[in-house]
Design a protein around this ligand. Structure first.
Ligand SMILES: [Zn+2]
Ligand SMILES: [Zn+2]
Length: 282
């Protein structure tokens, strides 16, 4: 099979799985198994909308069903914007493209991983963390081939079909990772630049206990870039953040937690040991 990343069913879930929630009138997040996708657009039959990320392998049908409830049947998104190309953010992409035929946008540095040209580093099961990290070799890291209209995000920082939003390059977790930010109300879609659940821990992922964390450890190869990316996002003072994993965080809680993550990045985010840090950390 060509796209291993999306053909493998990963039997992992959380108590929030399948229960979507509106966080701002035009922002809705849909957790499925252990990852979130985001719908941007005012709800209503026939309204324009954009999908951010494409979920776990084989979650396409669930994403389609949820979107149809919010935007009506036969109303494809104007585009799919990818924060990055990890298997848990592109898993449903083939079903979605087949159904909707929408263009797909990603940062130009992420394109080789979406065109079958370059694989991500293998996940690190030895990293400090927990059970989810230990079973991470089960996660596919191979590049996939997006069979569709794949494009680079515009160089001017705008986000197609998302007026008032900017994409921000937030590498570290992957080279071409982006976050999306709307200055008018401080809404942030952070992907895996930081997350609000301890993603290495099977138990915490299941309960979705809120806890600010750096990017998922078992898949993050460049910790210094990851640190700079978190600093960049914290300096925007977002009012609400939807992250790739965990529940949205907002207001004072978000401000304090982001500040803490910046100040204690070594402690909170960077693992004490693991193949992506060995020999690199003091
Ligand atoms: Zn990721
Ligand atoms: Zn992820």
């Amino acid at each position: 099979m060509k796209n291993k990343a999306e053909n493998r069913f990963i039997p992992m879930t959380s108590i929030d799985s399948g229960i979507g929630q509106q966080v701002i009138s035009d922002l809705y997040y849909f957790p499925f198994q252990i990852v979130n996708v985001v719908f941007y657009g005012q709800p209503g039959e026939g309204n324009d909308w954009v999908l951010i990320d494409a979920g776990m392998p084989r979650s396409g049908d669930n994403i389609i069903k949820e979107a149809e409830e919010r935007f009506g049947k036969n109303n494809p998104p104007k585009a799919l914007i990818l924060t990055h190309g990890h298997f848990d953010h592109i898993g449903g992409i083939t079903e979605l493209i087949e159904k909707w035929k929408m263009p797909v946008y990603a940062h130009e540095l992420e394109l080789p991983f979406l065109q079958g040209e370059q694989d991500y580093p293998e996940p690190d099961p030895t990293v400090e963390g927990g059970l989810l990290a230990k079973i991470s070799p089960y996660y596919p890291n191979e590049a996939i081939v997006v069979e569709g209209d794949l494009r680079a995000l515009p160089m001017d920082g705008s986000v197609p079909f998302m007026e008032g939003w900017k994409w921000i390059h937030t590498p570290g977790h992957t080279q071409g990772h982006v976050s999306l930010y709307r200055e008018s109300d401080g809404a942030l879609i952070a992907g895996d630049a930081f997350v609000t659940v301890k993603q290495e821990s099977l138990y915490k992922v299941f309960t979705q206990e809120q806890e600010i964390s750096g990017p998922p450890r078992y898949l993050t190869p460049d910790w210094e870039a990851a640190r700079t990316s978190v600093e960049k996002l914290a300096s925007l003072h977002p009012t609400i953040a939807i992250t790739g994993h965990g529940r949205p965080m907002e207001g004072e809680t978000l401000r304090e937690n982001l500040q803490m993550l910046v100040e204690k990045f070594d402690e909170i985010a960077i693992p004490d040991y693991g193949k992506f840090v060995d020999g690199k950390k003091d």
